[in-house]
Design a protein around this ligand. Sequence first.
Ligand SMILES: C[S@@+](CC[C@H](N)C(=O)[O-])C[C@H]1O[C@@H](n2cnc3c(N)ncnc32)[C@H](O)[C@@H]1O
Length: 221
Amino acid sequence: MSNDLFERVDAYIDGLFAPSDAMLDGAVARSRAAEMPEIQISAGQGKLLYLLAKLIGARRILELGTLAGYSTIWLARALPPGGRVVTMEFSAAHAEVARQNFAAAGLVDRIEVIVGAALESLPGLVARREPLFDMVFIDADKNNYPAYLDLVVPLTRPGGLILADNVIRGGKVLVAGSMDAQVAGAAAFNSKLAADARLEAIVLQQVGVKGHDGLAVGRVR
Ligand SMILES: C[S@@+](CC[C@H](N)C(=O)[O-])C[C@H]1O[C@@H](n2cnc3c(N)ncnc32)[C@H](O)[C@@H]1O
């Protein structure tokens, strides 16, 4: 089967189950106008995050890697009244566009953007001693994925979900000792996730408009 077929089937699924709307289109348009990289999750992936959040009744979600807030909007939409997404973004420029998108979407009351390197921001979040998160979505720099896992497990409630995007990287994680820091980080993350007795997990292999990759899904015991 060709990549073209996978992409067309992905577009077919998205058209049926995750059709775009003014809010999401506006977010992508503002991201393009700001000449940001188009590396956000696909619409179908957004719908999957949304459904997973609803399935576990998530009220508090932590995201690492905001970009222009496309995935954040999907997550925020899954929340009940009073719910909250805390999203961390290294780039102040990306965070500014994301804030514009949240304002346009009418979601500012339920989204907090924390600007800075997530590894440096996470200890501050721990120090706030807020209630645990129901769900964490890791989608920032892949080289730090193993460190992120260590930091977010204690922040997630039992029965909560820890998700991580881009953990297959076109199959490059099969190459042991890769010199690519992103690939090595994803492979180390997968091994760590599989071996972590605090979690039960799987990786969903995905093909389609985002190429060949994978989403890790872990549940805190
Ligand atoms: C793949 S994009 C996130 C896409 C977004 N989750 C979406 O689907 O709409 C990764 C983002 O992580 C940010 N990032 C990279 N390194 C980071 C770090 N150390 N801490 C926080 N964010 C980081 C990048 O600036 C970029 O905006």
